[in-house]
Design a protein around this ligand. Sequence first.
Ligand SMILES: NC(=O)c1ccc[n+]([C@@H]2O[C@H](COP(=O)([O-])OP(=O)(O)OC[C@H]3O[C@@H](n4cnc5c(N)ncnc54)[C@H](O)[C@@H]3O)[C@@H](O)[C@H]2O)c1
Length: 285
Amino acid sequence: MQIKHIFVTGAGTMGNGIAQTAATSGFHVTLMDIDQQQLERARETMQKSADRLLSRGKLSEEQRAAVDQIRLVSELDAVREADLAIEAATENPELKLKIFADLDRLARPEVILASNTSSISITKIGGGTQRPDRVIGMHFMNPVPLMRLVEVIRGLATSDETTGVILDVCRKMGKEPVEAKDSPGFISNRILCPMINEAIFALQEGVGDAKAIDTVMKLGMNHPMGPLELCDLIGLDVVLYVMEVLHRDLGEDKYRPASLLRRMVDAGHLGRKTGRGFYEYNRGL
Ligand SMILES: NC(=O)c1ccc[n+]([C@@H]2O[C@H](COP(=O)([O-])OP(=O)(O)OC[C@H]3O[C@@H](n4cnc5c(N)ncnc54)[C@H](O)[C@@H]3O)[C@@H](O)[C@H]2O)c1
């Protein structure tokens, strides 16, 4: 099946990046969110990002113009016209199962339903639909327009054909797909989130302040960003949620979320998206 039209559900950090990248890669794109304000913010974020990429010579004028053609909608019905649906809504299993049941009901039978989930089992998501062979994980990295990796996760029932189509779509989007097993956190978050969580433990125990911890990892380990800066970029709620899944599903104490992480999420300090996390940000920049 030829994929021309991609429907993205969830216009937050990841959804708008996926929509932007799909549009600049030549796909026709519809971006859906239940929150109208979020859709407006997404439009602005995508335009600013595409302007920056154009000014650095990373996008052509034609690719930049494609971003303005992304259709914004607030109803799932629009998936009826799509050839592929990519879900990037809030990381919550009940919410995702409901969205997949609705997408399954509304999308044409041959359409592949992909999830950008960081931690929820693809087998479980697929099992809630009538098309588990056409359900797959497409785990993009943040920020999507810049990061080359997509982890591709097959559920137990995902077909070879579905996997082949998705590997091709990733490559057409200029990404390098890597297959990972449907195991908690896949490869990326199984390794990354415990490292970030450990940095938060070090902060709460006063081993160093945020700047010291990030500087050690940048200058000493050659990481492009410190773990606390990265946590602010990912979203503290997302990191907490992944740690809870690793802790529960792998059953080991080493995955226990740091209490400071919980407190900051309770306080609504979710990182860049709320203007405050381990650092402060100017909202909208
Ligand atoms: N943030 C990251 O770095 C990162 C990286 C890889 C994967 N992910 C995954 O991507 C997904 C999205 O994460 P995010 O960071 O973009 O979250 P986010 O909080 O920035 O955005 C989530 C969006 O989903 C929308 N939403 C909620 N319910 C919805 C519904 N019923 N229908 C449509 N939209 C709905 C919200 O309004 C919001 O705009 C999650 O599954 C997360 O685990 C995140």
